[in-house]
Design a protein around this ligand. Structure first.
Ligand SMILES: *Cc1c(COP(=O)(O)O)cnc(C)c1O
Length: 404
């Protein structure tokens, strides 16, 4: 089955939370606890996740894409503003910048497969408003130099934590280091509600604005007098109580899932040490999510041969997480030709990021907890794999490499 670790451990806990809501009969996220069967699952999830990650505020949403848009809106990013984002990420990171009428500026990644901090400053112009580091494949970005650059140039930092819920960098959970963090709960992520997401921040005003954007400009939880008091026009990106119920149970499993994945990844990785021509991507903090093991071969030729023998693909050819494969971005396709992204002078072309291309040509994902061909992790283990299965996988990989 394709999916993330959260989808592999759905069980009695999620069932109980969902049945609470169905038995109560109130599926809407707003209500008064105890009145009309309201169970306050979404609010419970928000409060527990804020506490768990170290945010003052969390807003649950309907997707990671929506969460990114809430962050951009809360920070006032719009027409013609430039946002620096890596060329290796899920398309939503880049697309949401364009969706908010701003201009994505693509940056190189380094061997951690996250944004290369040494390549950011050259991209800054008077129009730059923010940096969007993406904690790709569960690995935290190297946030210290990124925050230093942001401070020096007065830029906002929006952390795209969609693939790294719960990961930590130098003792702090990702999403709490920049101004805001955006998270996804879709089925391929660390924990899941089928679809869903959330925004985290510790700034009261940003929280209010993100909340407003996600729900027609209303004040948080629609409390107090609203008519005449709404901050802006907004969308409907609310999470409903059924998703909130699953989110409560999955949130409580998060740290257990991460511990299990880290242990299983170590078992597999330890058995793949010392092989000629094979290394691993750089991990910026051992408290990464461990959802994937990324092999980094010395040469593209070796990576291609390995993939052919394993029936998988190097990341460069894995699909839509690589800017080279994003035709909507390369051709600036929106729903109208009269769109600031379409009309901007910036051009996007295949192979505009040679360092990124070189790394992704040599990189191969092995699944640990996220099983997703779209990430190139068409082989490997999952969160429920036994020690015997892990050993067999390690042995198979070693044999394949020895035979190349
Ligand atoms: C999954 C993902 C998103 C979008 O999340 P959805 O919940 O699918 O909308 C954004 N950014 C990254 C890096 C992702 O992996």
């Amino acid at each position: 089955m394709a999916g993330g670790p959260g989808s592999y451990v759905l069980g009695a806990e999620e069932r109980k939370e969902v049945l609470d809501v169905l038995d109560g009969g109130n599926l809407f996220r707003y209500g008064t606890p105890g009145v009309d069967g309201f169970q306050a699952k979404v609010v419970t999830f928000e409060n527990e996740m804020a506490e768990r990650l170290g945010h003052k505020h969390v807003v649950a949403t309907s997707s990671g894409t929506g969460s990114l848009m809430c962050c951009l809106a809360a920070l006032g990013i719009g027409m013609g503003d430039e946002v620096i984002v890596p060329g290796y990420t899920f398309i939503a990171s880049i697309a949401t910048i364009a969706m908010m009428n701003a201009i994505p500026v693509l940056a190189e990644i380094d061997e951690s497969l996250t944004i290369d901090p040494t390549k950011i400053e050259a991209l800054i112009t008077p129009k730059t408003k923010a940096i969007m580091p993406v904690h790709m494949l569960g690995n935290p970005c190297d946030m210290d130099p990124i925050m230093e650059i942001a401070k020096k140039h007065h830029l906002y930092v929006i952390e795209d934590c969609c693939q790294a819920v719960g990961a930590a960098y130098k003792g702090r959970r990702v999403g709490t280091i920049g101004d805001m963090g955006a998270y996804s709960l879709n089925v391929f992520k660390t924990i899941t509600t089928g679809d869903g997401g959330f925004v985290g921040t510790s700034d009261d005003e940003l929280y209010e604005r993100a909340f407003g954007f996600h729900d027609q400009g209303h004040k948080p939880c629609r409390m107090g007098v609203e008519v005449g008091n709404r901050s802006m026009v907004g969308m409907n990106m609310r999470m409903n109580e059924l998703s909130g119920a699953v989110a409560v149970a999955q949130g409580r499993k998060l740290d257990g899932i991460l511990d299990t994945l880290r242990a299983k990844k170590k078992e597999l990785k330890d058995q793949l040490q010392g092989i000629d021509g094979l290394g691993f991507r750089k991990i910026n903090d051992e408290k990464e999510c461990a959802t994937l093991l990324t092999l980094l071969f010395d040469t593209k030729e070796l990576a291609d041969k390995f993939c052919a023998a394993m029936g998988t693909s190097p990341i460069a050819k894995s699909g839509w997480h690589v800017y080279n494969n994003m035709e909507q971005i390369l051709d600036k396709k929106t729903w109208t030709d009269n769109h600031p992204f379409h009309l901007s002078d910036r051009t996007y072309e295949k192979h505009m990021l040679p360092q990124t291309d070189d790394i992704l040509d040599r990189a191969v994902n092995i699944s640990i907890g996220v099983v997703d061909k779209g990430l190139g992790s068409g082989c490997g283990i999952n969160i429920n794999s036994t020690e015997d299965e892990i050993n067999a996988t390690a042995k198979h990989i070693r044999e394949v490499i020895a035979g190349l």
